[in-house]
Design a binder for this molecule. Structure first.
Ligand SMILES: Cc1cc2nc3c(=O)[nH]c(=O)nc-3n(C[C@H](O)[C@H](O)[C@H](O)COP(=O)(O)OP(=O)(O)OC[C@H]3O[C@@H](n4cnc5c(N)ncnc54)[C@H](O)[C@@H]3O)c2cc1C
Length: 399
């Protein structure tokens, strides 16, 4: 018996933020062809940012995370195929195959497969009670265990680890956060912001361990503690691992797509394969806002813009992707908004008063503003957009 073969004019792999937005933008721009989204999660497309914020904290129910109501997809004639993992792409015959053996052909393929949480590889990493924070399933598993948990260890001092720490303190759990670098947010922000967040988390009772790695996890069946590289043992009934993601590129790479820390795409989000686009957390793209030239960005605004870029290209309105990156993070009553990319900065200027908990850190490279981290300072975030776009000098900070 031959497996069922379906066809979509635009076949989107990945039913997350980028996959959903591609279909939404295509219909908004009047695309009349057939569209299918194949995703491996059981749910229709939902937004991830609340997973470590409002959904984790119990302030939003899951139905409020859906990117569109269930009826939208049928009304707009977007076929949603959930619970199917694409394991093979054949760019010659323009076919994909899923793990269950289902085959589909495409006119255009959009790869929006995001990333998988990086796992620890040390002894004990596979014990029960060790969790990532990437999907609804991850958070539901943590929430199910929390009533029996008093001590949580978080590995990783990036946004996700810090947001999780803030929620867990709200729940009254004892929290130890372990970061191998000597400061928090080291990959994305300068030392001034790191110091501010370290102070805030300490003041709320988070036990921060900076500059020390994890040697192994211990426990019998279930995790009971984290043993640090310096030999110290941190007791923990639950461990959250927030050490970044690995972009999901393997299937497309095996099909011949060029990759460098993500799938290489051009300014229209085209991969090196014919009629195959890629967007989101799994792609590497040139950006005039990145000092390094090319960058892989993990953010909702970025993938939303890339999805629109693909939709425009497929409806004869093509325009290069040239969006100024921005990000946000909520921790306690602190709203951090970032505009631009601070990588490669050579000067940091603090504007406002960190003690008043409303200030910003402005990053410059060769005298030009390249990024702004605004903490409870929405006006600076808004002004920052113009500053970064225009490559303003520090003189504008007097305004
Ligand atoms: C906890 C958390 C908090 C975040 N907070 C923020 C924030 O505050 N602000 C912000 O801007 N960004 C935030 N982000 C990042 C943001 O959610 C991502 O940048 C965005 O979701 C990327 O969209 P994407 O479509 O590339 O990937 P995703 O949304 O991850 O979607 C990819 C989908 O593809 C599926 N998939 C993977 N491989 C296959 C396959 N082979 N076959 C079928 N399906 C597959 C995945 O399971 C997933 O459903 C956060 C992310 C997380 C996890």
């Amino acid at each position: 018996m031959t497996a069922q073969l379906d066809h979509a004019d635009v076949l989107i792999v990945g039913g997350g933020q980028g996959g959903a937005q591609t279909a939404i933008s295509l219909r908004q721009l009047g695309f009349q062809g057939t569209i299918a989204i194949v995703g491996d999660e059981p749910e229709p497309p939902y937004e991830r940012p609340p997973l470590s914020k409002e959904y984790f904290a119990g302030d939003k129910t899951f139905d409020r995370l859906h990117l569109r109501p269930a009826a939208y997809w049928s009304e707009k004639a977007v076929a949603l195929i959930t619970g199917e993992t694409v394991v093979r792409v054949d760019p010659e015959s323009r076919e994909v195959e899923t793990a269950s053996g289902r085959r589909m052909s495409y006119g255009v393929l959009v790869w929006a497969a995001g990333g998988s949480p990086r796992r620890m590889t040390c002894e004990g990493a596979g014990l029960a009670g060790v969790h990532a924070v990437r999907s609804r399933a991850d958070i539901d598993a943590i929430l199910a265990e929390l009533p029996g948990v008093t001590r949580v260890a978080i590995v990783g001092g990036g946004y996700i680890g810090l947001e999780a720490a803030a929620v867990l303190r709200k729940f009254g759990k004892a929290v130890t956060l372990i970061e191998a670098q000597d400061r928090l947010l080291a990959r994305v922000a300068g030392p001034q912001l790191s110091a501010f967040f370290a102070e805030e988390h300490r003041a709320r009772g988070v036990d921060l361990r900076l500059g020390v790695g994890v040697d192994h996890l211990e426990g019998v069946g279930r995790v009971a503690g984290v043993v640090l590289a310096d030999g110290e043992r941190i007791a923990a009934d639950l461990v959250i691992v927030g050490i970044g993601i690995t972009p999901n590129v393997a299937v497309l790479e095996a099909a011949g797509a060029r990759t460098t820390n993500g799938i290489d795409v051009d300014a229209r989000c085209r991969t090196s394969l014919p009629d195959v686009f890629a967007i989101g957390d799994c792609v590497n793209q040139a950006s005039r806002f990145a000092g390094t030239g090319r960058i892989r960005i993990e953010s909702v605004p970025s993938v939303t813009e890339q999805a629109a870029t693909v939709a425009r290209e497929l409806t004869g309105q093509g325009r290069d992707h040239d969006a100024l990156p921005w990000f946000w993070s909520n921790q306690y009553d602190l709203k951090l908004q970032t505009i631009g990319l601070s990588g490669g900065y050579d000067q940091e200027i603090v504007r406002g008063d960190p003690a008043a908990r409303s200030f910003s850190v402005v990053y410059l490279r060769e005298g030009r503003i390249i990024a702004v981290d605004a903490i409870n300072a929405a006006k600076d975030f808004m002004k920052g957009r113009a500053w970064v776009t225009n490559g303003a000098t520090a003189e504008v900070l007097a305004t």
